[in-house]
Design a protein around this ligand. Structure first.
Ligand code: DLL
Length: 435
């Protein structure tokens, strides 16, 4: 099912909507946000200069630092009294990034998330367990409102207390799970430890995963744990843009459809800012064209992807973004080789004998970069054979070298010995940053 007619409009019609909304939004920002007005003036560009959609490239970018410089409400275009909700992104250092919603923004957010849930196969009969942490993170309440709007029954389980979550899931007959992919894997493992077969004893048939990437091998792990009946899709979003609801995969699994009547997506070269063409990989830049409180224009997401404009088999005509390959600030440069953690994950998870949990440690020894990867064995019995462990280590090392051109020290560890995450996983520690 397709939730809204806007998802199937011919390209020219969607672009007409985008241009009209962009012009309106731009005027509002120019009037109300001094920081953006200054940027436009400095760039010598006026609102009237945007006559076609391509003219968007004349506009200055907005970056996270703009949000920090104007903390907390400086990028907002409405008065504080018009806000009905405030969230913040979990800044690891310093102040968080604050985002706000008017009543109308809440309706748009809800609509966008409902569309995405629908793309992933959800319907009003689903019992949806939300296992994102409730709080300042936009994930939980975003999915909560979207699924309720669809008519699903929502269980606001939040994250953590995993055994109890499995009990809710079983007793309340949950059919749909919302979680980060890493937490969903952990939940599946805990269910098994409790003596349950998630595929048979639980009724989860839809997984709406997001907040972090899910590589294809990770999706395969999801089927292995939760059963082949699972429809596992992922969706993408960002607090600054709206939260979840920017884009989501349909069941064709060929990229995430962007809600283009609310967001304009561009891909740029992260080094030069130059706009790249369809199919070219670069940094995703998004303009919010319908929000009232915080309509950021040309916001640099830092996420690396590509855009495909061909209509999808599902019937939607909206542009699709490829699964995120990483963030521009996550890219590791190890002895001169550029690599995203997701690429390392792809190599690791193709090795049958190891599970989906790993930790990457990067350090510098004698002025040389050094990478150590701890990976969990899928089966404890392998630990008994020293020879086969050595052979497996060599095989993983060789795949990494062949596919990525990288050398790493591989440490195989016992199943269930690495840290598990209830929200977004943190798998990389780069100690070079402190040196
Ligand atoms: O993670 C919003 C969200 C919640 C989206 C739940 C989907 C589901 P932030 O906490 O601001 O917002 O983090 C945004 O998370 O720039 C990406 O780097 C990453 N991210 C989110 N979804 C995906 C995904 C939410 N499907 C940042 N694939 C973004 C890869 C993702 N990365």
């Amino acid at each position: 099912m397709i939730w809204a007619k806007e998802e199937t409009l011919p390209r020219n019609e969607i672009e007409d909507i985008q241009l009209e909304r962009l012009k309106e939004t731009l005027k509002r920002i120019y009037d109300k946000v001094p920081a953006y007005r200054e940027k436009m003036d400095k760039a010598g560009v006026k609102c009237e200069d945007v006559k076609t959609l391509n003219d968007i490239s004349k506009l200055p970018f907005t970056i996270k630092q703009d949000m920090r410089d104007t903390y907390p409400y400086g990028m907002f275009t409405v008065e504080k009294k018009d806000l009905v909700r405030i969230h913040a992104s979990s800044g690891t250092t310093g102040k968080p990034t604050v985002v706000g919603y008017t009543k109308n923004d809440m309706d748009i957010w809800t609509e966008c998330v409902t569309r995405i849930a629908c793309m992933g196969g959800a319907c009003d009969e689903d019992v949806a367990q939300i296992s994102f942490g409730y709080g300042m993170f936009t994930g939980a309440l975003g999915l909560h409102y979207g699924l309720e709007n669809m008519g699903a029954s929502v269980i606001p389980a939040s994250s953590g207390n995993t055994q109890k979550q499995i009990m809710y899931m079983q007793d309340f007959g949950a059919t749909l799970l919302v979680a980060t992919p890493s937490y969903a894997l952990h939940m599946g493992e805990v269910a098994k430890e409790m003596g349950l077969d998630p595929a048979k004893d639980l009724q989860i048939k839809i997984g709406l995963f997001g907040g972090e990437g899910m590589t294809e091998p990770m999706r395969e792990e999801m089927y292995k744990l939760w059963g082949s009946q699972l429809k596992a899709t992922q969706n993408y979003g960002m607090s600054e843009l709206i939260g979840p609801g920017v884009s989501g995969e349909c069941l064709e699994l060929c990229g995430m459809h962007i809600n283009e009547d609310h967001f304009i997506a561009e891909i740029i070269n992260p080094d030069t800012g130059e706009v790249l063409g369809p199919g070219e990989r670069g940094e995703l830049v998004v303009s919010c064209i319908s929000k009232e409180a915080l309509p950021l224009i040309r916001y640099r997401t830092g996420d690396i992807t590509r855009l495909f404009y061909e209509p999808c088999k599902c019937g939607r005509t909206t542009v699709r973004m490829e699964n995120i390959s990483g963030r521009s600030d996550d890219m590791l440069i190890i002895r001169g080789v550029n690599v995203f953690p997701s690429q390392i994950e792809e190599v690791l998870l193709k090795v049958e004998e190891i599970g989906p949990h790993y930790e990457i440690l990067i350090d510098r020894k004698n002025y040389l970069d050094y990478m150590e990867i701890k990976v969990e064995l899928a089966d404890e019995r392998l630990l008994d054979s020293y020879a086969s462990l050595g052979e497996l280590e060599k095989r993983i090392k060789l795949s990494l070298r062949t596919v990525l051109g990288l050398d790493a020290v591989i440490k195989l560890v016992a199943p269930r010995s690495l840290q598990r995450f209830e929200g977004k996983a943190r798998r990389v520690t780069d100690l070079r940053k402190n040196k």
